[in-house]
Design a protein around this ligand. Structure first.
Ligand code: SAM
Length: 229
């Protein structure tokens, strides 16, 4: 079932403020635009009713189809790493609940987000529309190969773990564009940032993370990851 409106908005706002101060600012999320976006977007609307009371806790939560909405700190960290100024066209791979896309929608000019599960994409689109985020466009398909028709992107964010940084995504980066992506398997992943300089790509390996697998042509096949999602 899609997320929907709730009456406890004032209380959620207090929880959101606490999330920003205690989970984000305290852990060196310093980009004020990112902090403001996290304070503005009502995360609880992207969480299914049965888990909504946990929307602002310091953890990922289930959203159906074996998928998760990422921990607030990880959303903020990955967003900060993209260094958005407001003029960018951004691709997100792995729409899930649509929460990360909403944050990006406040920080960039245009956002394309792609999800392989049709039902998740439809729910995400409903919530994004209810928030009037008209610069966020939801697509259904295999995002491991990017979205060639809308490239180049000044920033690409992948919210599922890949065996390696997919070549099609690197190729769809604009000059000086950034790709932020978890790389690794079921038993260990690192967050990486790739920056394009002409035909050269600089790689930074940042922090250990734990994500669901990226599937598709440039993702994990079920035989490389021991359960289906
Ligand atoms: N960004 C999401 C949010 O804010 O709720 C959380 C994403 S969840 C951790 C990862 C998502 O990636 C899942 O919804 C999964 O279905 C999706 N995914 C995995 N492989 C994909 C692919 N090849 N193309 C598009 N989406 C994919």
């Amino acid at each position: 079932m899609c997320a929907s409106e709730d009456k406890r908005d004032a209380q959620y706002r207090i929880e959101r403020l606490r999330m920003v101060e205690e989970q984000l600012r305290h852990r060196h999320i310093i980009d004020e635009r990112v902090l403001n976006a996290m304070l503005t977007i009502p995360r609880h609307l992207f969480v299914p009713q049965e888990h909504r009371h946990l929307a602002y806790v310091d953890a990922p939560l289930p959203i159906g189809h074996g998928q998760t909405i990422s921990q607030p700190y990880i959303v903020a960290l990955m967003t900060q790493l993209l260094m958005l100024q407001g003029s960018e066209k951004v691709l997100e791979v792995g729409t899930g609940s649509g929460y990360q896309a909403a944050i990006l929608g406040l920080l960039a000019k245009e956002v394309h987000t792609i999800e392989r599960h049709t039902e998740l994409a439809a729910c995400a689109e409903t919530v994004l529309q209810s928030l009037n985020l008209s610069n966020v466009h939801v697509h259904v398909g295999d995002g491991s190969i990017g979205l060639k028709g809308f490239a180049p992107f000044q920033a690409i964010l992948v919210t599922a773990a890949a065996p390696e940084a997919p070549k099609p995504l690197l190729e769809q980066l604009d000059q000086d564009g950034r790709l932020v992506i978890p790389v690794g398997g079921q038993w260990g992943q690192n967050l990486e940032r790739w920056t394009r300089h002409g035909s050269r790509f600089d790689q930074e390996v940042l922090v250990p993370v734990a994500f669901v697998p990226l599937r598709g042509e440039a993702g994990w096949k079920t035989d490389g990851w021991n359960w289906e999602t």
